[in-house]
Design a protein around this ligand. Structure first.
Ligand SMILES: [Mn+2]
Length: 260
């Protein structure tokens, strides 16, 4: 972590390369910056391979970190099955785009994805970065810093929920999207700040600025759904947002929160 540079956190890109390039142009990245992509670089949008390549290439310009999104997690899981000839990849749902994506990625791009973090704690800033959300249950692993390729499957047990959490039941359990009831709460409404301020993505809030919660900020402003691509820039205790409007609605979605 560079004390003098900016901390820049970029929301869910989902293959929107034109908007990403525009945002990077606006940000004018310099070598003292630290850049964090909050996950879901791929799927749904026009050119996911180009987005992975750009994120990997920009690591030559400044310190760059990728937070693992549920879409990257699924892609790496799928790839593991393909490489190990298990035949299981054909049974995985939501993998239609992966063969074409794989063709567009270099070994360095795939290595970049493997180096992603389930969660990343920036102690000096008192913030934690993750893609989906967390439980407040004591059973849930403390979301400090977990890198995808540096932990055993056992250590990572339960961590994969970090990429997927949206709703939590009244008794503190993960609720999948199609099982949500009015009694369940969005995790960020309940989060008490115990792990510092959390920057996250995953849930598209279609609006021109990130959605703020008492102790968390959602940077997914639905670029791929015709919304915006946002970056939060932290410097000297101040937070500024940089925003690019999507050029078109690339994907339809059943789970948009609307203008709230
Ligand atoms: Mn996601």
């Amino acid at each position: 972590m560079n004390k003098t540079g900016r901390v820049i956190i970029i929301g869910d890109i989902h293959g929107c390369i034109r908007e990403l390039d525009e945002l990077l142009g606006l940000l004018k990245i310099v070598s003292s910056d630290s850049l964090y992509f909050i996950g879901d670089l791929i799927d749904r949008g026009p050119d996911p391979a180009a987005v992975v390549r750009r994120c990997r290439q920009i690591a030559n310009e400044c310190a760059t970190y990728l937070i693992l999104g549920n879409h990257e997690e699924k892609f790496l899981h799928w790839l593991q099955h393909c490489r190990n000839n298990t035949g299981m990849e054909s049974q995985m749902k939501g993998t239609e785009e992966f063969p074409a994506l794989l063709k567009g990625l270099s070994n360095s791009d795939i290595e970049f994805l493997h180096g992603a973090y389930y969660s990343l704690a920036l102690k000096e800033e008192n913030i934690t970065l993750l893609h989906g959300g967390i439980f407040l249950s004591p059973k849930f692993p403390f979301p400090e810093t977990y890198r995808y390729d540096l932990h055993s499957p056992k250590e990572l047990k339960g961590l994969n929920l970090i990429t997927k959490i949206r709703y939590i039941s009244p008794d503190g359990k993960f609720v999948s999207l199609n099982e949500k009831t009015p009694r369940d709460h969005y995790w960020a409404d309940l989060y008490d700040g115990s792990f510092g301020h959390i920057f996250f993505g995953h849930q598209a809030f279609i609006r021109d600025t990130p959605k703020e919660f008492p102790h968390a900020t959602c940077l997914d402003t639905g670029c791929v759904y015709g919304g915006w691509l946002n970056a939060a820039v932290l410097k000297d205790g101040l937070k500024t947002y940089f925003s690019i409007q999507s050029k078109e609605r690339y994907s339809q979605n059943i789970n948009i929160q609307g203008n709230i």
